[in-house]
Design a binder for this molecule. Structure first.
Ligand code: UDP
Length: 275
């Protein structure tokens, strides 16, 4: 935690222990960025919660803000990384909210999954408008608008430099897109799961309610689970832990932050085995 690991130390650890390397596709970008004790790596999964697509609106999709996000994704892709994207649906509909108002939970969750498909299509549109080739793969089959999830096909898209947007989470009710992100990160052999949210990391208490809340620079999966730290749901954290996928939590609301985090220069919390 921050008292034990200063910012400089955390960055140092990030650099020396990690193996995210840029330049796999780009001949101009041969810089190796070390990332955790993993083999050299070039693929990440970026999870964006639905609410970041709202921009400053109270609900829905702000096309101007989605366009800004798309540029960040393009820049990351242009640096040589293979990018898988998972986008939540909380800006439109959450199953739990529907259930709280008396809806059948599973039915409400399917509505939530459809919301994630809408967000995926919005992001696909924004990316394609700036020349980034993409494919959306949905865990709920929807032949007219996107592909089904087919891992080998997704591999091929990534090899061709396309961004693959995985929609509809795991395709089952009672799950979230965090679990979907962890699952796709594992099956696509991603080297890190980057969670872009509205806050700049994980705190030991709610920073909105407690001014003394401290942000962790690094924290272990086990501590996140034991202390029930608000980052991702437990099944997602456990899946990452069991597959040794570091989770990097950072604020996507600040312009250029994704690039900074990928360069090891951003403010973030890294969840990993040893903190
Ligand atoms: N959902 C689901 N199964 C999944 C993924 C999502 O049932 O595998 C539903 C669930 O109702 C959830 C909604 O889709 O509330 C939107 O996803 P999520 O809450 O994860 O979005 P985020 O909070 O990331 O915006």
């Amino acid at each position: 935690m921050s008292a034990k690991y200063g910012q400089a130390e955390a960055l140092d650890t990030w650099h020396s222990n990690t193996a995210l390397y840029k330049g796999a596709h780009s001949p101009t970008f041969a810089k190796v960025l070390p990332l955790m004790s993993m083999p050299p790596a070039k693929r990440v999964l970026l999870k964006l919660s639905g609410e970041v697509l709202m921009g400053d609106q109270p609900f829905g999709i702000d096309p101007a803000f989605v366009a800004e996000l798309a540029k960040e994704v393009r820049d990351a892709r242009d640096s040589g990384l293979e990018i898988c994207l998972v986008i939540g649906g909380g800006n439109i509909f959450r199953g739990m909210a529907g259930a709280a108002q008396g809806m059948d939970r599973a039915q409400a969750d399917y509505m939530g999954m459809l919301a994630t498909v809408m967000n995926a299509l919005a992001m696909q549109n924004a990316l394609e408008q700036i020349g980034v080739h993409t494919r959306v793969q949905s865990a709920v089959q929807m032949d007219q608008v996107c592909e089904p999830v087919i891992r080998r096909r997704a591999e091929r898209h990534l090899e061709k430099g396309r961004v693959v947007i995985f929609a509809a989470g795991v395709g089952s009710p009672y799950f979230t897109t965090d679990s979907g992100a962890a699952l796709r990160a594992a099956e696509m052999n991603c080297d890190a799961l980057l969670k872009g949210t509205s806050v700049d990391g994980i705190y030991d208490d709610d920073p909105k309610k407690n001014a003394d809340a401290k942000r962790f620079d690094t924290v272990s999966y086990d501590r996140v689970l034991a202390d029930n730290l608000k980052v991702m749901d437990a099944s997602a954290v456990a899946l990452c832990r069991d597959n040794d996928i570091p989770i990097v939590v950072f604020s996507i609301r600040e312009k250029g932050n994704l690039a900074r985090v990928l360069a090891g220069e951003g403010v973030q919390t890294i969840v990993r085995k040893e903190a």
